[in-house]
Design a protein. Structure first.
Length: 493
């Protein structure tokens, strides 16, 4: 079978530019697909970090005036990833993260910035770059959502299209008066087009016009079709349920490998599980916690937000800290949550440590040294930290939602007897539920041979992209086959 060419469109890609799990997936998937005969090029905005990462680049398209300034499309490679880079300095050469200024405020022209990304993606999809005519255009999250609207409203043939939702909570809604500015026709602004509760809906557009929709776990694919959990898009998603599926994320197991990880104090695997104790001691020392092998050390690696349920963890801490339990937190986000965690750490320096500066090496050491990793999310499309935790023997304590429900086997009487337990799950997602789960995990921790068995079970789980990637391969092949059977004409949907 001939190779399938895919244009992946995203606003971030690891290890070049990252704010969350989206970047990890966009960065890891092309490599996993390559062995299956899928050739992927990733279109990314030309942020300073992206331009600086390019090992080589050539100019393949010049637009003297595009959305307010001169623009180039570069073809190149950086960090081992084949890239197209939208080099538009007036839109992307800025400090801060991809979406907001250093003070945390969203860039006021985000609609223009990411409409430009979608416009160029659609042009590439329709053959504007000699030598690269994609069979599939695969857009990720709201920032790339307009890609499929531009393709739909074009009068030229288009490739197959896929849309992946990494987090439905972020939807990209902008004022309707921008419609002409971003180059969409007046007839697009209706309920069957890009209109979304009186605004232009970038994510809504992608969900409406993509041939296939995926999200990042089977349970989340069901959850987002329900009122409330669908966040206003549940009706659209129910109506398109025949093309909606959930494909679990994987992690890059060459990066997340406790046997070879350069960031940790002592390498280990299932046969050298005792070496985790050295990482626990190193983590306690690094964070200024009491060095105590018998203490139950909980880890948290998370964005600080309501979604992630970290306010629930704060509620449980007075009771939790009365036991011989420690907590290591790495993350930032909501200023109030940050301040409350810092205050708790200040009052309990031997038991609680908080770092709000992202540190990749510390993230690896927490996975390698914590006894358990706590993920109390109110909703979680997939989650990657619990996959890393399984790989590193940090037993996940997770809410029973989304991808957390799909990837962790709760340690109850039956699963323990069957030798299948890999973590502790709880519901409902309340402070009481979380507190009960931590107490249950602590009780298991005291039974050291049983705890070691649960750790080894988790470390034996395949959390790589191997099986997950094959699901994308099947999806792409189905799309190519469907498009090949259709008459070559302008869009008629």
């Amino acid at each position: 079978m001939s190779a399938i060419r895919v244009l992946s469109v995203a606003s971030e890609v690891y290890p070049i530019i990252k704010t969350g799990g989206l970047a990890d997936v966009v960065g890891a998937l092309p490599s996993a697909l390559k062995t299956e005969g899928i050739e992927t090029r990733t279109l990314i905005p030309g942020y300073p970090a992206v331009i600086g990462s390019l090992r080589w680049a050539e100019e393949v398209l010049v637009l003297p005036q595009f959305q307010g300034g001169p623009t180039r499309l570069l073809s190149g490679a950086g960090a081992g990833i084949d890239l197209f880079v939208l080099d538009a300095p007036h839109l992307f050469d800025r400090p801060g993260n991809p979406y907001s200024s250093p003070d945390g405020a969203d860039w006021p022209d985000n609609a223009i910035r990411f409409a430009a990304l979608g416009r160029i993606a659609a042009d590439i999809g329709q053959g504007s770059i000699p030598g690269f005519a994609p069979d599939i255009v695969h857009a990720h999250d709201w920032q790339a959502g307009l890609t499929h609207a531009y393709l739909h409203y074009s009068d030229r043939p288009r490739p197959g299209t896929a849309m992946t939702v990494h987090n439905l909570a972020f939807q990209g809604q902008f004022p309707p008066e921008l419609l002409a500015t971003i180059g969409l026709p007046p007839q697009s602004f209706n309920m069957d087009g890009v209109e979304y509760y009186g605004s232009i809906g970038f994510l809504k557009a992608g969900l409406r016009f993509a041939d296939r929709i995926t999200t990042v776990s089977p349970t989340y694919a069901l959850e987002i079709q329900r009122p409330g959990e669908g966040m206003g898009l549940d009706g659209l998603l129910r109506g398109r349920s025949d093309v909606l599926s959930g494909i679990l994320n994987g992690i890059d197991t060459s990066v997340w490998n406790p046997a070879t990880d350069p960031h940790i104090a002592s390498p280990f695997d299932t046969n050298r599980l005792q070496n985790r104790a050295l990482n626990k001691s190193a983590l306690q020392q690094r964070l200024g916690l009491r060095v105590a092998p018998e203490a139950f050390l909980l880890g948290v690696i998370s964005r600080m937000s309501w979604q992630k349920g970290l306010d629930l963890l704060l509620e449980t801490l007075p009771a939790v800290l009365s036991d011989d339990i420690q907590l290591a937190v790495l993350g930032n986000g909501d200023p109030d949550l940050q301040n409350r965690f810092r205050a708790t750490a200040g009052a309990n320096p031997a038991q609680v440590a908080v770092s709000t500066d992202y540190d990749e090496s510390l993230a690896h050491l927490i996975q390698a040294g914590a006894d358990a990793l706590v993920v109390p999310s109110r909703f979680e499309p997939c989650g990657l930290t619990q996959l890393c935790a399984l790989r590193y023997g940090a037993v996940p304590v997770v809410s029973r939602v989304g991808g957390l429900a799909d990837t962790v086997v709760d340690a109850d009487e039956d699963t323990i007897s069957a030798g299948a337990a890999t973590g502790v799950k709880f519901e409902p997602v309340t402070a009481e539920g979380l507190g009960g789960a931590i107490r249950r995990a602590h009780a298991l921790f005291r039974k050291r041979p049983l705890w070691a068995k649960i750790q080894r079970n988790g470390m034996a789980v395949d959390v790589s992209w191997v099986d997950r990637a094959s699901n994308y391969v099947d999806l792409y092949r189905q799309l190519v086959k469907t498009r090949a059977s259709e008459p070559i004409s302008a869009n008629s949907r």
